[in-house]
Design a protein around this ligand. Structure first.
Ligand code: ZN
Length: 99
């Protein structure tokens, strides 16, 4: 619960204008709607402690990847660097491994 509150505070701190936030949100949602390949539980992903990223096999043969720091920042979209497909990671910030 404390982590969630902290995250929300961080997000609002980065937002300078409510108008801008609204525009970005709409753009992001529309963009995601076109490109999200699947929604994956974080338990089904592989964590590589050496590089601090979560990965998941992509149908193209490469892997979707997202840094744990991005997850902590509230980012939830993992991207495949080879084919640009994306997945939405289903996770709870409070369940992430501690830094
Ligand atoms: Zn791919």
């Amino acid at each position: 619960m404390t982590n969630q509150t902290f995250l929300s505070a961080e997000v609002s701190k980065q937002t300078h204008s409510p108008q801008l936030q609204s525009n970005l949100k709409n753009f992001k949602m529309a963009d995601e709607g076109l490109n999200i390949y699947d929604e994956i539980e974080i338990e089904d992903m592989t964590f590589d402690p050496n590089v601090q990223i979560y990965t998941y096999p992509c149908p193209c043969g490469d892997r979707f990847e997202i840094a744990i720091d991005d997850l902590r920042d509230g980012e939830e979209i993992a991207v495949c660097p080879s084919c640009s497909l994306m997945i939405r990671v289903i996770f709870d910030v409070a369940d992430l491994p501690k830094a």
